[in-house]
Design a protein around this ligand. Structure first.
Ligand SMILES: *Cc1c(COP(=O)(O)O)cnc(C)c1O
Length: 243
């Protein structure tokens, strides 16, 4: 945990990010209203999360199961929706399924089956996104682009899952030009997936891409959901994904 950020600081940052989002949407000829700002709240305190929600944040994105559980116990997300955006281990699905509005990071049949089983057990329909490892990075979560269609078809066979779309995290070191290409490829994958699944399933309407360093590019590339941490809450201490 790091020190709590004031409402005033967060409100100013939210306004600045929304302004930048609006400009990017305008450049792309898109309606800003179709793009959701998800606040990536990892390592933030419950008080910071409350301040963010007061400042107009409607969706919080959580990375680590442990933090999610603690913030849920604290009622920190009251008034907002919650997305799970981090790597999820099958033995932890019970802490997440039915507790969050969307799981953005489904990347294998094995994980999907575990989520389906838990959703059936607790009697919910769980919204999910498939995470694509668009940079083909070995160290990273996410399914390969070749696996996405198969995963999508599997999701449609799971009665307690609602497939909503795709999420991607491009390589951290990517240049703007490379990011533009990654976003374009992910957008194309999203469109292809919708077409190949037949009758353009109206539930599939989410393309989660873009973080503090690249969300304007992602919006120009067709993103409907940007996950922003640093630009809202300031820099974080070094982050260890599996830590
Ligand atoms: C931390 C995180 C973000 C936000 O990153 P920033 O660069 O701080 O905006 C977005 N998505 C995921 C999955 C994250 O873990």
């Amino acid at each position: 945990m790091i020190e709590t950020k004031s409402y005033e600081t967060i409100a100013a940052n939210v306004a600045a990010v929304r302004e930048t989002m609006g400009q990017a949407a305008q450049r792309a000829g898109r309606d800003p209203a179709e793009i959701t700002l998800v606040a990536a709240t990892k390592v933030q305190t419950s008080e910071t999360i409350r301040n963010a929600i007061r400042a107009g944040i409607t969706v919080c994105g959580e990375n680590r199961v442990q933090e999610l559980v603690a913030h849920l116990e604290d009622n920190a997300y009251e008034g907002a929706r919650v997305h799970f955006i981090g790597h999820l281990q099958t033995n932890k699905v019970k802490f997440v399924v039915g507790k969050v509005d969307m799981i953005e990071s489904i990347d294998s049949v094995r994980l999907m089956d575990a989520v389906e089983k838990q959703a059936a057990k607790v009697g919910v329909t769980q919204d999910i996104l498939l995470e694509v490892n668009i940079g083909d990075e070995e160290s990273k979560g996410g399914a390969s682009r070749q696996e996405i269609l198969e995963l999508a078809q599997h999701a449609l066979q799971c009665p307690h899952l609602r497939l909503r779309g795709l999420m991607c995290i491009p390589p951290a070191a990517a240049t703007d030009e490379e990011n533009r290409a990654f976003f374009q490829e992910t957008y194309q994958l999203f469109v292809d997936m919708k077409e190949k699944l037949g009758d353009n399933d109206p539930n599939i309407d989410c393309l989660s891409m873009g973080m503090s360093g690249d969300y304007p590019l992602a919006i120009e590339g067709g993103s409907t959901m940007v996950r922003v941490g640093t630009a809202l809450f300031g820099a974080r201490p070094p982050w260890h994904p599996q830590g």
